[in-house]
Design a protein around this ligand. Structure first.
Ligand SMILES: [Fe+2]
Ligand SMILES: [Fe+2]
Length: 359
């Protein structure tokens, strides 16, 4: 599958793409990144230890239960950009950040599929690129109401790529798929219970959408369980680091969108804690260490991170030599270190490790 703007439904021709594409191009601590990896190492992966589970998962991908899901129906062709001005900017920011991370997955998976010969890997990454391409294309369909188009083919060429060894890709991507599931299902349950807060139709798609993300996460769980050294020794520290990095990024980012959460009648803190709870529960399938999210220091330090980040963004003096910025960076580092040195929970990995999306 070629990953181009056209495949993804981004015309990029008639729309004023610059600002939104620029936003998607942003490289900040919080913005979604694009990744590349060691393709030869992926090629050498053997999943024979989990073959039975693997084949079952591949047949789930093959069934492609969401094949018709990501279409904007004929009766929803009107312009849905007329949402209250307070929510408008944060919602657009949410959509752009979502499309960037969907597309980031798509580019990485498609590239792996293209660069490896290992049939198992080719098949898996092909399926996942297919799904992420649909997700990104679907968000672009709704962004057009706002007269916005993120030029995905331009983004592929212009965005900086971060190199991660396969094991880091597995930890990070497993978590972003599972947390993606937890985020989508939590929002969906909220608008299902309270349709009066469903201010945009896209939330209706989240229920089936999140099952794709869940399945992608299952694939990474299998890849990690098929290679036990990835889940031992010094790697436990890496797992803890990635868990915290993913949780902290989400917490800080969500707390920058108070109006969006208010419109959904969600408190960002409660919503985030619920998402962390779901993600922690799911990740018992694969991670021998977990974050003790019930420890009061966890939330206390996340709030502090969010506050410090706000201060950093308000800092008018830019540049490397601003003392104020330097002090804030040090404080952010100390705060993250406090989170890292919190006692983690030990988890005994279950024999039967497949999990069902039951939230
Ligand atoms: Fe996705
Ligand atoms: Fe995904």
């Amino acid at each position: 599958m070629a990953v181009t703007g056209d495949t993804l439904g981004s015309s990029g021709k008639d729309l004023p793409i610059n600002l939104s594409t620029e936003k998607a191009l942003e490289e900040t601590m919080l913005s979604p990144r694009f990744y590349t990896t060691d393709f030869a190492a992926i090629d050498r992966i053997s999943i024979e230890g989990v073959r039975e589970e693997w084949d079952k998962l591949m047949s789930e991908f093959e069934v492609d239960s969401n094949i018709d899901h990501f279409q904007r129906p004929k009766d929803m062709q009107e312009n849905y950009s007329k949402i209250s001005p307070e929510v408008h900017d944060e919602f657009v920011d949410f959509l752009i950040s979502s499309i960037t991370s969907e597309f980031s997955g798509c580019v990485l998976y498609a590239e792996i599929k293209k660069r490896v010969k290992n049939e198992d890997m080719k098949k898996l990454f092909g399926y996942m690129a297919r799904d992420e391409s649909r997700h990104a294309g679907f968000i672009n369909q709704w962004l057009k109401d706002f007269n916005i188009g993120v030029d995905l083919s331009f983004l592929t060429k212009a965005k900086k790529y971060t190199f991660f060894k396969p094991k880091f890709i597995f930890y990070a991507t497993y978590l972003s798929e599972k947390i993606g599931y937890a985020r989508y299902i939590s929002i969906y349950r909220q608008v299902e219970r309270h349709p009066e807060f469903r201010f945009h139709p896209i939330f209706l798609w989240f229920e089936k959408w999140c099952n794709d993300e869940f399945r992608h996460g299952e694939a990474f769980a299998l890849l990690m369980r098929s290679d036990p050294p990835l889940l031992k020794g010094v790697n436990l520290l890496w797992i803890k680091f990635f868990l915290l990095a993913v949780f902290a990024t989400m917490f800080v980012r969500d707390h920058k969108r108070p109006k969006l959460h208010k419109a959904l009648n969600l408190s960002p803190t409660e919503y985030d804690m619920q998402v962390f709870e779901i993600t922690t529960e799911i990740s018992k399938q694969v991670f021998p260490v977990l974050i003790d999210i019930k420890n009061p220091d966890f939330l206390k330090n996340l709030k502090k991170l969010s506050y410090l980040n706000e201060q950093l963004e308000q800092c008018t003096t830019k540049g490397l030599f601003s003392i104020r910025r330097l002090v804030l960076f040090v404080k952010l580092g100390v705060c993250f270190a406090k989170l890292f040195f919190m006692k983690s929970l030990v988890n005994k990995l279950p024999e039967d490790f497949r999990v069902k999306p039951s939230w």
